[in-house]
Structures are given as C-alpha cells and as structure tokens.
Design a protein around this ligand. Structure first.
Ligand code: AMP
Length: 290
C-alpha cells in the first residue's frame, strides 16, 4: 500500500477561470468531456464520469443545484448538498476538474434570457412540472457555452431531459456531441436517484413498483402483446395498488417524438412517474419488439 499524498481535485467557481483552464487543455489538443450534475453524487453520476474518462482527455464535472428547474413547492431547499463527498467521488472516478458555480455566477442581477424547447418540454414531466424544462434548458445552455466541451454526458434515467437537450443542441447549433449513458440501478431494480435519500424504509420498498411496472411492460411487449393500451393499464394497476405510491403517469411513447403510442413500433420507451410518500420519482425503459 502506498500512502503517497494525493492532492485534492481542482475546483473552480468563476467562468473566466474555468474557460482559461479548459483553453490550456485545448491548446494541448486535449478533447474535453463534460458531466453536468446537481451533486449528491451516486453510482449513476459516477458512471457518466467514467464514460467521459474513457472517451475524452480532460473531464470536467459541474455541481450546481439549479434553482430555476425547481417549482415553487418543490425540494430545492432540502435537496442534498454534500460537496466534500462529491469531490472525493469525482476524483476517484477520474475527473480532472470540478466546476462549482454559485447562483450569483449563473444568474447575475438582471438575468433575463431563457431557452425554451417547445413541444418536447410540454408533455410527461413538463405537464406536471410546467417550469422545469425551461430551467433545465437555460442552465444546460449556459453550462455548455461556458465549457464548450467536445462531448457532454447525460443519463438515460432522465429520458425526456436528454431528448430535449439533443433537440436544443441541434436547433441552436451548439457544437457539442450528446452521449446518453445507461441507467444505473440498485440490485433490486430501483433506479439510483439523489432523491432516493428522502425515502423511509417502507417507501424504499414501495418505490420498487416503478421498475416493476417497467419490467412488466418490457416482458409483455417482448412476448408479443400488440395492445399497448392494455400494457399501460396493467402498469397503472401495479402502481395504483402499491401502498404509499401515488401515480402521476405510466405510458409508452415514440422514442423520438415522445408522443403516446398504442401499437408497438421499433423505437419506443415506457416511462413512469409517481410520488412515493412525498418524494416524486421517475424511471423509464426502452421496449424491444419480440
Ligand atoms: P442530476 O444530478 O440528478 O441532475 O443528474 C445529473 C446527471 O446524472 C443527469 O444526466 C442524469 O440523467 C444522470 N443520472 C441520474 N441518475 C442516474 C442513474 N441512475 N443512472 C445514470 N445516470 C443518472
């Protein structure tokens, strides 16, 4: 065992300093990988950092709990903030730099520009959280323009989010490749989420209903069920009969347009959202034809 001293990972808050550090790397022909997060990092985030480490020469992780993507009665104030632990995880996953902007840096006085992705932002999460995606797309635009990475890494766990960000980068000619990495789950199927920390043991058990509903959809469709409305009804039934769970939506959509479908097709995804106690959880799964 070596007990060599390891220097802590470099952090930066201000955008000009971030840009200077990235520019130094660029001038040495390093490719830049970027992983935007809100912190409270778990193995899902770590998998994105590891993917960036594999694909790029210099890996930047941002940690910013973005106030504008939370609704007025949502959990912004109680969202977990554990910077020291997060920095250790970034370092062991192989990140080179952690960008920790403040609210004042991201939203200085008189801030008044917003990015809206129409249509894709209005369904599913957008129907229940009407201001959420404008907060996401505005902050992700700022994050991408500040770093100007070659590749940015997002999780399939937030399926609608990555679809919206892909659309936004195309529409606005933001020259960044978007990579979507697989959802990381606990052994029993629960998708990892920073919000799982809110769950009591009983709620944690009930939360499995989300991944079970998706498994049910995967199995039915793979077995040849042609009536997706029937599959959706069974997913809803499973969620509605689980204690502590309040269903928001359980549906199957076209993987690109996010429009609801009732017959199987080659590219489709099942999505669920539910409150488990007071905690709102989402999950999704691509479905395959028989
Ligand atoms: P967040 O910190 O929740 O904003 O998430 C930051 C990034 O991590 C987003 O691209 C998420 O989709 C991704 N992510 C969150 N949970 C998971 C997971 N369980 N597996 C893979 N990626 C995830």
């Amino acid at each position: 065992m070596s007990d060599q001293f390891t220097a802590p990972i470099t952090t930066v808050a201000e955008i000009p300093a971030l840009r200077a550090m990235i520019q130094t790397q660029r001038s040495q022909h390093a490719s830049i990988g970027f992983v935007p997060t809100m912190g409270a990092l778990h193995s899902g985030h770590v998998s994105l950092i590891e993917a960036a480490r594999r694909d790029c020469d210099f890996v930047v992780v941002s940690i910013f709990v973005n106030p504008t993507q939370f609704g007025p009665n949502e959990d912004f104030d109680k969202y977990p903030r554990v910077l020291e632990q997060d920095l250790a995880k970034c370092q062991s996953a192989g990140a080179d730099l952690v960008w920790t902007p403040t609210k004042e840096i991201m939203y200085p006085p008189h801030f008044s520009t917003h990015v809206t992705v129409e249509t894709l932002s209005q369904t599913l999460e957008g129907a229940t959280r009407p201001t959420h995606f404008e907060g996401v797309t505005t902050v992700v635009t700022k994050l991408l323009l500040s770093c100007l990475p070659d590749v940015a890494f997002f999780g399939a766990k937030d399926y609608q989010q990555q679809a919206i960000i892909r659309r936004m980068c195309l529409d606005l000619n933001i020259p960044v490749e978007i990579k979507t990495c697989p959802t990381i789950r606990d052994a029993d199927g629960l998708a990892l989420s920073s919000r799982n920390a809110y769950l009591s043991p009983a709620e944690r058990a009930s939360a499995l209903a989300l991944s079970r509903a998706l498994k049910l959809a995967e199995e039915k469709v793979r077995a040849g069920e042609a009536d997706l409305n029937q599959v959706k009804a069974e997913m809803r039934q499973l969620l509605n009969t689980t204690p502590l769970v309040k269903l928001d939506y359980a549906t199957i959509v076209d993987a690109d347009t996010l429009e609801e479908i009732s017959s199987p097709q080659s590219e489709m995804v099942a999505l669920v959202a539910a409150y488990v106690g007071a905690t709102r959880l989402i999950d999704n799964s691509r479905l395959s034809l028989p």
